[in-house]
Design a protein around this ligand. Structure first.
Ligand SMILES: [Fe+2]
Length: 239
């Protein structure tokens, strides 16, 4: 008898990422479009997040509701919901409170798909024009790729190692959440750390800025929350 169990949306995304990012070759344009379309079909509720959920109790209370969902409107710090990580890719969701700022950071040698699930966010993104690594600091000239507001529903965005806005920042204008697929994932050991930057506009050269590496900002607080969506059957579970 044929199996009629429908795969969850996150299972479909996992299976697609596994097919695309486990191959030796770089992903093709069609494969990236395929993943992008899958992210576009995904809603917060498919990932165990109630975008409208609000409890209204003390701000320090857990954002998890009795129904077993993360309450999107109750998030008081930037919250990372880890869904999956393997050598080839990672999947997770960042939930932001209104006003939450994730400062400029890069994604070395990575392809990143991001889907705004709900809310609105100001996004700034740059690509390097000329970058210098002095050994103790990375700095250089960068061109602006995005400087505007994203409001859900909107299409997933994609950035690449050298294009699409590899260095970006988010400022939440309302409570919002971003589903992120990173390939390969960040790894200090494998030379893919996350580096933070300050940007300085270049006078008389609109659309460009000097970016200078800075230390991990003290005021950046990211807490973790459990993933409460449908479980994923991974490649490891099958082997
Ligand atoms: Fe990022």
């Amino acid at each position: 008898m044929a199996c009629t169990m429908e795969r969850s949306k996150i299972q479909v995304i996992y299976d697609a990422c596994n097919a695309v990012f486990s191959q030796k070759e770089l992903p093709t344009f069609q494969q990236i479009q395929w993943l992008r379309n899958l992210l576009d079909k995904t809603k917060a509720i498919d990932l165990g997040i109630d975008e409208f959920g609000f409890c209204g109790s003390s701000p320090s209370s857990s954002p998890t509701s009795v129904e077993g969902l993360i309450r999107g409107q109750d998030v008081s710090d930037i919250t990372y919901i880890h869904i999956h990580e393997c050598d080839n890719f990672s999947i997770g969701v960042f939930c932001f409170p209104a006003g939450g700022v994730f400062p400029l950071h890069d994604h070395p040698r990575m392809t990143v798909l991001s889907k705004l699930l709900y809310g609105s966010v100001h996004v700034k993104a740059y690509d390097w024009v000329k970058v210098v690594n002095s050994g103790c600091q990375t700095y250089g000239l960068a061109g602006s790729v995005v400087d505007g507001i994203l409001k859900a529903p909107c299409e997933a965005s994609v950035l690449f190692p050298r294009s699409g806005g590899n260095i970006h920042s988010f400022t939440a204008l309302t409570p919002c959440a971003v589903l992120d697929v990173l390939s390969p994932p960040y790894s200090e050991e494998l030379g893919r750390p996350s580096t933070y930057f300050s940007d300085f506009p270049v006078p008389f050269l609109s659309g460009y800025a000097v970016l200078k590496e800075k230390r991990l900002p003290d005021d950046l607080v990211v807490i973790g929350a459990p993933y409460l969506g449908p479980p994923i059957v991974t490649q490891n579970d099958l082997s």
